[in-house]
Write a protein that binds this ligand. Structure first.
Ligand code: EPU
Length: 421
């Protein structure tokens, strides 16, 4: 198991190129199961979760090759439609093979994902949507077993107690692409990753309209073909580096970033006192002043993303006053709080809200990563803390940030990866 050793050394300065979006690439790779043609998907980040998807696609009869971030996926054998627990346990996004398998092969067996460090993560909305298309779904031995001789378009409401569902929308949209007739998805997720998936499906010959809005209309087609597609830039990686600029009082230029996907984040950073200057194909974020406290609530897109909540908390740990962060997507996603307390942060939890009182400084300490975004937050905390911070269990961060320590060193950070084995 690797860990990071970080020596806090102030300002980060320079430019980095944002990688392709993990959360776009994963469902898009799963969608390649909808065709026997070759899918060529570029701008795919090199990450543990992507490798997990490659392994899963291999189990499901696809040959996958890659070079320089371009993945070629070709299904050669449709005999196994079983996503085993060993795979799903390692990566929850494995659930998004369910819709494509059901639509293309008429049956699927996908292990039911369990909870994870960010809370309980049900898939009832995925199943409700697929059932509405005509699938018969049962739970057998911890696996979701789904069958459908024929999927038929339907009107489906996909809202749940915490808003819509990103991967649930992806699953139902992929299945509906090959269903007979028209499907209308109301309260669909509006995340850019869903719009990217809709673009990819349309390039395969699907008829999806409304991608990126709460109402998706999908006219089913008989078959889909192979195509080429470039994955959008990762807005969460970009947002993490924007916060890194603000928290270190530095200046970071992001290349290959979609600032239009980050407007809520830009708004909050400006309220805190950072400067965000959009440029051609990216933005420059800087801060050279004290940070103002703010209140923020995580929301479905286009609201402030839950995937940047932990990183923003680190920034607010240094603001001049009290901030409130309310988590409305995953109310238990606060594992990083206890670790930040070990570094001298002043945070009080009240239900789904964390009250953060700005401290003068954070102090380096050994801390433990619990999930992907919490790990990124601990790395940010290490960058500004006095002394040394070790972040253990960085396999979490390797799931979703491509070469994070290389990119941070490029900006002047003192961060080393240490192999403990
Ligand atoms: N929910 C239900 N029923 C469902 C599905 C979801 O009640 O059937 C609830 C969840 O418990 C949660 C809310 O709806 O309260 C939203 O969950 P959603 O289904 O949208 O999450 P997801 O699709 O499983 C994706 C991202 C997450 C990101 C969330 C929210 C991928 C691979 N994962 O998960 O990303 O936090 O959307 O934006 O796209 C990450 O990258 O670190 C990460 C966790």
């Amino acid at each position: 198991m690797d860990k990071f050793l970080i020596k806090g050394n102030g300002r980060l300065q320079g430019s980095i190129t944002v990688s392709g979006a993990k959360n776009s690439a994963l469902p898009i790779m799963a969608a390649a199961l909808l065709t026997e043609g070759e899918s060529v998907i570029s701008n795919v980040p090199h990450l543990a979760d992507i490798q997990a998807m490659v392994d899963l696609l291999g189990d499901l009869g696809a040959e996958v090759t890659h070079a320089d971030g371009t993945f070629r996926v070709q299904v050669t054998d449709e005999s196994s439609s079983f996503a085993q627990y060993e795979r799903v346990r390692k990566m929850r996004a494995s659930i998004c093979v369910l819709g494509p398998l059901l639509a293309k092969r008429r049956s699927a067996r996908v292990a039911m994902p369990g909870g994870c460090a960010i809370g309980s993560r049900p898939v009832d909305l995925h199943l409700r949507g697929l059932r509405a298309l005509g699938a018969e779904i049962e739970l057998e031995g911890g696996d979701i077993v789904a069958r459908a001789d024929k999927l038929k378009g339907a009107e489906i409401f996909l809202g749940g107690p915490f808003g819509s569902t990103v991967l649930g929308t992806a699953n139902v949209m992929m299945a509906a692409a090959l269903a007979e007739g028209t499907t209308v998805l109301e309260s669909a997720a509006c995340e850019p990753e869903i719009a990217d998936l809709a673009d990819y499906l349309n390039a395969m010959g699907a008829k999806v309209s409304g991608g990126g809005t709460p109402r998706l209309v999908i006219e089913g087609v008989e078959s889909l073909c192979g195509t080429t597609h470039e994955v959008i830039p990762d807005r969460i990686e970009a947002g993490t580096f924007m916060i890194a600029a603000a928290v270190t009082n530095g200046e970071i230029t992001l290349e290959n970033a979609r600032i239009d996907h980050l407007l809520a984040v830009v708004d909050k950073l400006r309220q805190i006192g950072a400067s965000v200057e959009p440029s051609n194909g990216g933005a420059t974020v800087s801060s050279a002043r004290r940070l103002d406290p703010i209140d923020v609530t995580t929301q479905p897109y286009p609201g402030f993303p839950t995937d940047l909540q932990a990183q923003l908390m680190v920034l607010l740990c240094l603001a001049d006053g009290n901030s409130a962060i309310t988590e409305k997507i995953f109310p238990d996603r606060f594992m990083h709080v206890a670790e930040l307390l070990r570094m001298g942060a002043n945070i009080r939890k009240e239900g789904p809200t964390a009250i953060v009182t700005g401290a003068k400084r954070l102090i380096g300490a050994p801390v433990m990563a619990s999930d992907l975004r919490a790990s990124a937050a601990l790395v940010l905390a290490g960058l500004i803390a006095d002394g040394e911070t070790t972040v253990s269990r960085v396999y979490h961060i390797d799931r979703g940030y491509e070469k994070i320590e290389v990119k941070l060193r490029q900006l002047g950070a003192n961060i080393q990866r240490i192999n403990e084995s």
